[in-house]
Ligand binder design. Structure first.
Ligand SMILES: [Zn+2]
Length: 323
């Protein structure tokens, strides 16, 4: 975990606080910036959250939560402004949602305290911050899709070991919230568990569910919208499997839905796999054929996420892909 993530809050106290939260690691970032902050006072948090949820959120990195790396953990200069996620240097870091890269610099403008940092703006006054990166994989001002690799986990800045320092700002830059609960509310388990997709959601994970359901005999159009038709089909599927028929695709339902897939397989389940691989930038054509190109994409994904690299999409790989 990071000592640094801590002291940034102390550093901020030396700056004009304006109306920004003392806890916001990035509070200083907004001051004197040439880019607009994007904070819309009239937009309620609820409204922006609802629209963003439909845009799709995903896990920024696979790893574990180190002791004391949680949001609000005491630090020398103030509470910890984010959630630390520990893994090895080089582990892929993904955009947690679609957005624009508005900062790409050492310390996010805070004197090197968090190493190489990226700030993404997601609109509606919502931002995410990624600290201690070893490598940037995206340019300043770039537009990124949810799940696109934007950097690699590292140990730049003042740290005791490699990890991602991940922050969520909601209601304006500097207004940090607990990333774990924020992401959970958008169907993402930051701890790396199965995601949770509710009726009304949209995105590639939904399209994958629709392909998987089609393979299971519940023909659905893979339009990426989890509307009443898809939710109704999932409820019937859940009832048939003895699951709670709530239409929510979460930790209980995903394992029943996915298939263990390897080279040579062909069908809608492979289209589902290709769709979620594409969410992470694989650039595949969802043709339903698990050939050598798809196998390479699976191995590459497993490698950069520190999974067992066997080219087989089993439950662990699926869980990471849809998280
Ligand atoms: Zn941290």
């Amino acid at each position: 975990m990071c000592d640094s993530c801590a002291s940034a809050a102390a550093a901020e106290e030396a700056r004009p606080p304006a109306r920004l939260s003392r806890r916001g690691l990035l509070a200083g970032v907004g001051l004197g910036l040439a880019v607009p902050l994007g904070w819309v006072p009239g937009l309620t948090a609820t409204a922006s959250a609802a629209s963003l949820k439909n845009g799709g959120w995903c896990n920024p990195a696979l790893g574990r939560f180190p002791a004391g790396g949680h949001y609000g953990a005491p630090r020398g200069g103030g509470p910890h402004a984010g959630q630390d996620i520990t893994n090895t240097t080089g582990t892929a870091v993904y955009a947690a949602a679609a957005g624009t890269v508005i900062r790409r610099q050492w310390g996010g403008g805070l004197g090197g305290r968090t190493g190489n940092g990226l700030v993404l703006s997601h609109g509606g006054g919502q931002y995410t911050y990624y600290g201690h990166l070893s490598v940037y994989r995206v340019g300043l001002n770039a537009t990124v899709a949810a799940g696109r690799r934007i950097g690699d986990m590292g140990a730049t800045g003042n740290v005791t070991g490699p990890h991602l320092h991940f922050e969520v700002h909601s209601g304006g830059l500097g207004r940090t919230v607990d990333p774990v609960s924020f992401m959970a509310g958008r169907g993402v388990d930051l701890g790396g568990g199965w995601s949770r997709i509710d009726p009304g959601a949209r995105g590639r994970r939904v399209a994958a569910i629709q392909y998987l359901m089609t393979q299971r005999g519940y023909g659905l159009t893979a339009d990426g919208y989890y509307g009443p038709v898809s939710a109704g089909a999932v409820k019937r599927f859940q009832a048939a499997r003895g699951l709670v028929a709530d239409g929510q695709v979460g930790p209980a339902t995903w394992p029943h839905l996915v298939y263990t897939l390897r080279q040579g397989h062909d069908g809608h389940h492979v289209r589902a796999l290709q769709t979620v691989l594409d969410k992470h930038g694989a650039g595949l054509v969802a043709d339903g054929g698990f050939g050598s190109v798809t196998a390479s994409a699976v191995r590459a994904y497993q490698s950069v996420n520190r999974l067992v690299v066997d080219g087989v999409a089993g439950a662990v790989t699926w869980r990471a892909l849809v998280g």
